[in-house]
Design a protein. Structure first.
Length: 149
């Protein structure tokens, strides 16, 4: 069977939606990092968490669309560069997936769901860096950015 000339029409928008969601979540996360952990941080944190969860859903959906026929990879004329191109794309999706999972782990470790979405009235943790998942979250995101360049 011949490979199609282009990707399935559902795959391209999903790919770029992931890019936009990752950039949005990154900008929100960086802008929140300077805010004090008080009630004024709840709305931005809820938005950041929501975008992260939605990104995870889109990535899982995108992964399932990989079962559709794909066109041949564009070649750089060098087997090593061709391999690097494929590896970086897969690494980026893995890193974005791990970013979302580490964010969910952080929310569980810090008990954020009842605070942010449940209106529990409990205060946010004094320092998110007290949690292991925050360290991972903060390491994976720069690794993801580095993989882009």
């Amino acid at each position: 069977m011949n490979a199609p000339k282009c990707y399935h029409p559902f795959q391209v928008p999903l790919h770029w939606l992931v890019v936009l969601l990752v950039v949005a979540a990154f900008v929100m996360g960086k802008s929140m990092s300077g805010l004090p952990n008080d009630a004024n941080k709840l709305a931005p944190l809820a938005l950041h968490m929501g975008v992260g969860i939605f990104t995870l859903v889109v990535i899982v959906t995108f992964h399932h669309t990989h079962e559709t026929p794909k066109p041949e990879h564009v070649t750089a004329g060098n087997a090593f560069f061709d391999w690097v191109g494929k590896a970086v794309h897969y690494a980026l999706y893995l890193l974005v997936f791990l970013t979302a999972v580490s964010g969910m782990s952080l929310s569980m470790q810090a008990g954020l769901v009842p605070i942010v979405f449940g209106g529990s009235g409990s205060p946010l943790p004094a320092d998110f860096f007290d949690f292991t998942a925050r360290m991972l979250h903060g390491f994976i995101v720069p690794a993801c950015i580095a993989a882009c360049f």
